[in-house]
Each structure stands twice: as C-alpha cells, then as structure tokens.
Design a protein around this ligand. Sequence first.
Ligand code: IDP
Ligand code: MG
Length: 167
Amino acid sequence: MTEQCLVLIKPDAIIKHLTGDILAKLAETNLHIVGSKVVQVTKELAEEHYQHLREEKFFDELIKYIMGHYHMKSVLALVYEGDGACAKIRKCAGATNPEEAEPHSVRGKYGRITSKGIFENVVHASENPKEGEREIKLWFRPDELISTIYPTEMKEAKIEKMLWKED
Ligand code: IDP
Ligand code: MG
C-alpha cells in the first residue's frame, strides 16, 4: 500500500550539516520525496505535532529542541512516499533513544543524549500511516506536495501571504 511518511531533519542535524548524509541514508529505502521545505517551527506547531507527549516530563525541553532553541531555528520537513514508507523510514532512522539505536542507523550514527537528558536524535519519522496523515496535514498544504494520497478539494481561500514588493 502506498503510504506517506513525514520526516523532519531536526535542528541538531541542520546545525551539524548532516542533511546530505541523512538524505543519502534515507535514499536506501528507495522511497520518493514528494514535498520538502525549510520551516521555522512555532510553539503552536511544535505542541500540536508532539501533542501525544504533552504529559511527559521531557515535553518542554522537546518543544524547545524542535523549535531550535539549542541549535538553530530551522527544520527541514520532507514527505516520503511509497509502499510501507513509515516502517522503512523508521527502520533506517533507528530507535528513539540514540544510545539504543542500531549503530548504522541515522540516530545510531549521528544522535546523542545531552547532559540535560535531551535525546538529540536528528530526525523525526511518522510512526504509522495514520500518524503520517495527521502530521503531513499539519506541516504541509496539499499544493506544496507533488503527489497527494488524501482527498483534496478546490476552495476559494483568503490567505495572507508575503509577496515580493513591486517597484
Ligand atoms: P519517535 O521520535 O521515535 O517516534 P516518540 O516517542 O514519538 O519517539 O518521541 C518523540 C521525540 O521525543 C523523540 O524523537 C525524542 O526527541 C523525544 N523523546 C522521546 N522519549 C524521550 C525520553 O525518554 N527522553 C528525552 N526525550 C525523549
Ligand atoms: Mg513518534
């Protein structure tokens, strides 16, 4: 079944210029990228994305981490598409705890736990297709993807956009 999976290259990976290495590793999955953008993560987006972890003691630190407070305010968001995308990407990403991740996985290779106990695990990957759908709809509009697998509709919408100033 064709699935889509949201991948986030987190701020620790961005500041260390690991993007190229991570994309090369994820290419081993043979999945295709159907959308990508650099995002400055707002508190609202971070809290909505990680809403299921709201009760965890590490939640506030996690929000600061993904917003870039410890590194830089930049996340690369990507959508991967293909059969079993979430499972394939997550296998390649490795376990949540970078110290427990397979040494050759992305998190095993590049992740670390800080002295404050933050899991700097360099990437996010949707846990399953259902989570993938929720997350992709949170991070992307359908017109930002070259391929959509969820229903869309044409609607007239008034969206405020920053445009290039005319002379
Ligand atoms: P996942 O990213 O492997 O799906 P989740 O349980 O969804 O793992 O957790 C989301 C993120 O929260 C992790 O990627 C990691 O950054 C952080 N996290 C999860 N568990 C811990 C923990 O026990 N200590 C510190 N950070 C954690
Ligand atoms: Mg998760």
